[in-house]
Design a protein. Structure first.
Length: 171
């Protein structure tokens, strides 16, 4: 099986993967892309969120077979300039800067999934309202950083509204 992850093709040996295997386990255990986290295993918490063709999905319940032939983006590819250029989306770097600026993470475990969901939101809705954010970010955070997540998404949206030359570079 071959997967397109963060703009690169990965061959997964048939002996190591079953088409019904959740994408999460192929990413973490087979490909060693461990930024995507296991949280609940039932698509409730969002720690495992990745993007398939730009849409946020819970990788713990997404079978490999449904990811084959689609563009998969993980947290490792969120700020990669080549991946962002291929997707045409600067949301990742803007979100990462906003996450740091507004001190969003506490323990940090859920943050990769939060960032992936937020990038998907900003790609389809560049000026989200609080209601839009609440509807799109259904990820759970045990530390309760939701108010900071909302502020950071608004901050990233404001940065993305600036002309490309006026945006900050990812440090």
């Amino acid at each position: 099986m071959q997967l397109n992850i963060n703009g690169r093709l990965f061959d997964l040996p048939d002996a190591q993967v079953d088409p019904a295997m959740p994408l999460l386990w192929a990413l973490r255990d087979v490909l060693q892309l461990t930024g995507t986290k296991f949280g609940c295993g039932v698509a409730a918490c969002g720690a495992c969120t990745v993007r398939l063709d730009g849409e946020a999905v819970r990788s713990c319940v997404t079978p490999l077979a449904s990811a084959q032939g689609r563009a998969i983006q993980t947290i490792e590819g969120l700020s990669d300039p080549q991946t962002a250029a291929a997707k045409g989306s600067p949301a990742g770097p803007a979100l990462q800067r906003a996450w740091v600026q507004h001190q969003v993470p506490q323990c940090g475990y859920c943050q990769s999934g939060m960032l992936m969901a937020a990038a998907s939101l900003l790609d389809r809705n560049p000026k989200p309202t609080d209601r839009d954010i609440d509807a799109a970010i259904t990820n759970l955070c045990r530390c309760g950083t939701y108010p900071r997540v909302r502020v950071a998404i608004h901050s990233a949206a404001q940065e993305l509204a600036k002309p490309a030359g006026a945006r900050k570079a990812l440090a």
